[in-house]
Ligand binder design. Sequence first.
Ligand SMILES: Cc1ncc(COP(=O)(O)O)c(C=O)c1O
Length: 392
Amino acid sequence: MPTSHSGRPGFRPANPCFSSGPCAKRPGWSLSGLASAPLGRSHRAKAGKARLEEVIERSRSLLGVPADYRLGIVPGSDTGAVEMALWSLLGARGVDVLAWESFGKGWLKDLREELGIADLRALEADYGALPDLSRVDGSRDLVFTWNGTTSGVCVPDGDWIAPDRGGLTICDATSAAFAMDLPWDRLDVVTWSWQKALGGEAAHGMLLLSPRAVERLEGYRPPWPLPKVFQLTKGGRLIEGIFAGATINTPSLLCVEDALDGLKWAEAVGGHQALTARSRANLAAVEAWVAGSDWVDFLAADAATRSSTSICLKVVDPWFAALGASDQAAVTKAVASLVEAEGAGLDIGAYRDAPPGFRIWGGPTVERSDIEALLPWLDWAYARVRHERAAA
Ligand SMILES: Cc1ncc(COP(=O)(O)O)c(C=O)c1O
């Protein structure tokens, strides 16, 4: 019976937001910080355009993106950016796709059922594991997620990607960018959104292209039609304006202002290294707790693949293991609801397609002290739900 830490905790996190998207606003965030957004103005006027360019420039410099890579703001959040890349670039060669949780499986489904890529190799793994990365063939295009947000499993590095590859690598890095190191020379397309590591407002995507990705765009026309919001070229040439703040369609200048707020905060706390360190400290807090727990463990089977942003946990208590699948889901849901009702942690249930468990966002906008304040509530709530169910 897990009773080790089951007393009612004495205090709550200062900020109980642990959702994996939209994620916690940065410490000290306030709506009044957005007061100088040029609302009601055209995004193509000087003020709006300058802000869009500023988001691009500050993002580039924080991330240390190579000077010859293009970075643009695109519609449809991270999904929009990924789909734009898939639809614009693929079909020229065979494609390898890595799928080990919900988002990667979603890209696989689109490649197979929507684009109908004939020469497609799916390298798959179950929740908690990674596919065999050594099977990736550098002569083929590759689609993968850097951090599997719904299983808390990320690739450990980019060493398995050939530096002299012939194919393009398309990387969905939305829950990794600004929290993990990304090896730019191994990545040809990288995407992310604003609402993850820097806690911005949602709706807009970022699309990063290597010179080789641009070369493909300019030299290849896919056999399927491309909707206007996916079009990156005109007359066979890259639309350079997209990468200088001239967006394809209308962005929200309130969201833009908020993205800038997050980027400036990131610079003020010490840049990319500091952001990564903040996220790793959050993971370390959970690791220390898990090490002393008799009922919970990481979903990630290998510590080297443990995500520091979307920290996913499973229940290993034998009482829980003996329950049927729907009872297990009911227990973890009841625990998450109890923690939420106490105002101690919001949105900590596992993703809807993932095995029953918990997911705690540990990105850089989350304070380690808040994670440390949350964990005793999980102990308390689990012990309480277990006790009530066992007695029923
Ligand atoms: C890995 C991954 N890909 C894609 C998405 C979808 O992102 P968006 O809602 O920004 O389109 C998410 C959202 O959590 C994600 O974690």
